[in-house]
Design a protein around this ligand. Structure first.
Ligand code: PLP
Length: 388
């Protein structure tokens, strides 16, 4: 049965990937120095709408080094949505800081900007350019919105708050390459640094990898320096405790081939989402994944949200789909419900707590055929009928 499953999200490696990998082997450039790394950085910057890009070993590494470069220190608080992949908060923890978890908006699944405003204005003191949490005296060091599922967070509301309180913004755009907000590309939305992931299940993959983009030349140079063990010159002279966070030429070779088809791959994702929207919009039992109100989502994942508030029902549907040869997946469990983050500061979490276990991610590989999509649609409808 497993061998015939329609997979959830597999990489599409049908372009120049093998050819470029062979070039790495032929040239001997397999480490983090090599022509594909520079080419990848140029192409990412272009695709993100950002002047500068630094390729990193993973999205998590990119988030971590971005926070370090922006001065996040042990004991600080960083505002993070609770409905995110754990890597967002882990990057904060790697700095010795703590995430302050904010609930998500029910319509977009992104950071709830009303709550963000509330905690910054009512639960913090702003004095001498420094924002501190009233209760603990901890400094607020940054805001980390996540462009959930590739749908841009509401930067129109986040940026003025960040500016008002002098907070840097690191946008976790892990799956958002190709998205737009008010017609602008996702690396050009005003965050100090924006971070992408090129993990195997992303629309564009390097196998593993990430990138940090931004428009402040010196800041991006600092990110590059920190990612390369903070080494000065050619000798073994280091001026910070840096990281070995660079992408390799092999990974970048795959990434370059992928980026040649960025528009096509994102368009495929958007088409899959549209297929599910048309197929399920009439169903009483479900709602659909959120759409961007101010632009175009990159539609990394597609699926449905069951109205029935029961994890058992969601699991039953997923078991039924598996029996019909269809892989599906739950979505992120909010971080305040996860062991490492049970005791960090959090807002009320009514939306994330009531939402996460009803989400079913459906097959959305860019290689999925029309026939497979129709099979998924038919079986989801059948599965829902059985649960009625
Ligand atoms: C929202 C989010 N942030 C961060 C990451 C981490 O990226 P990586 O797996 O490349 O470290 C991911 C990866 O799935 C993600 O979805």
């Amino acid at each position: 049965m497993t061998a015939t499953l329609i997979p959830l999200a597999v990489p599409n490696l049908s372009g120049n990937e093998a050819k470029y990998l062979q070039e790495c082997i032929d040239s001997g450039f397999v480490s983090s120095v090599g022509p594909f790394v520079s080419r990848f950085e140029q192409r990412i910057a272009q695709a993100a709408g950002s002047p500068y890009a630094v390729a990193t070993a993973s999205g998590t590494a990119g988030l971590h080094v971005a926070l370090v470069a922006l001065g996040v220190k042990p004991g600080d608080l960083v505002v993070v949505p609770s409905l995110t992949f754990i890597a967002t908060a882990n990057a904060v923890s790697y700095c010795g800081a703590q995430p302050w978890l904010v609930d998500c908006d029910p319509d977009t699944w992104n950071l709830d900007c009303g709550l963000l405003e509330q905690i910054l204005t009512e639960e913090c003191d702003f004095c001498c350019g420094r924002l501190t949490q009233k209760k603990t005296g901890q400094r607020i060091a940054a805001i980390m919105p996540v462009h959930t599922l590739g749908t841009p967070a509401d930067m129109d509301r986040i940026l003025p708050l960040a500016q008002k309180f002098g907070l840097p913004v690191v946008a976790d755009a892990a799956a958002a390459l190709g998205a737009q907000y008010h017609g602008r590309n996702v690396g050009d939305l005003g965050a100090d640094l924006t971070v992408f992931s090129f993990n195997g299940n992303k629309t564009i993959t390097c196998g593993g990898g990430g990138a940090v983009v931004g428009s402040h030349k010196e800041l991006l140079q600092h990110v590059r320096h920190l990612s390369t063990t903070a080494r000065r010159g050619e000798g073994y002279d280091h001026d910070h405790i840096g990281f070995n966070y660079r992408l390799t030429n092999i990974q970048a070779a795959v990434g370059c081939a992928q980026l040649e088809r960025l528009d096509h791959l994102v368009a495929r994702k958007q088409k899959i989402r549209e297929t599910y929207r048309r197929a399920f919009h009439d169903l009483e039992a479900v709602t659909l994944f959120p759409q961007s109100l101010q632009g175009q989502s990159a539609d990394w994942f597609s699926g449905i949200v069951l109205k029935n508030p029961s994890l058992t029902v969601t699991t039953e549907l997923r078991t039924f789909l598996r029996q019909q040869g269809i892989e599906s997946k739950p979505f992120w469990k909010p971080l305040h419900l996860q062991d490492p983050y049970r005791n960090v500061p959090t807002t009320r979490q009514t939306v994330s707590e009531e939402l996460w276990f009803r989400i079913v991610v459906l097959p959305c590989s860019t290689t999925i055929t029309e026939e497979e999509l129709q099979h998924v649609v038919t079986e989801v409808r059948r599965g829902l009928q059985r649960l009625e």
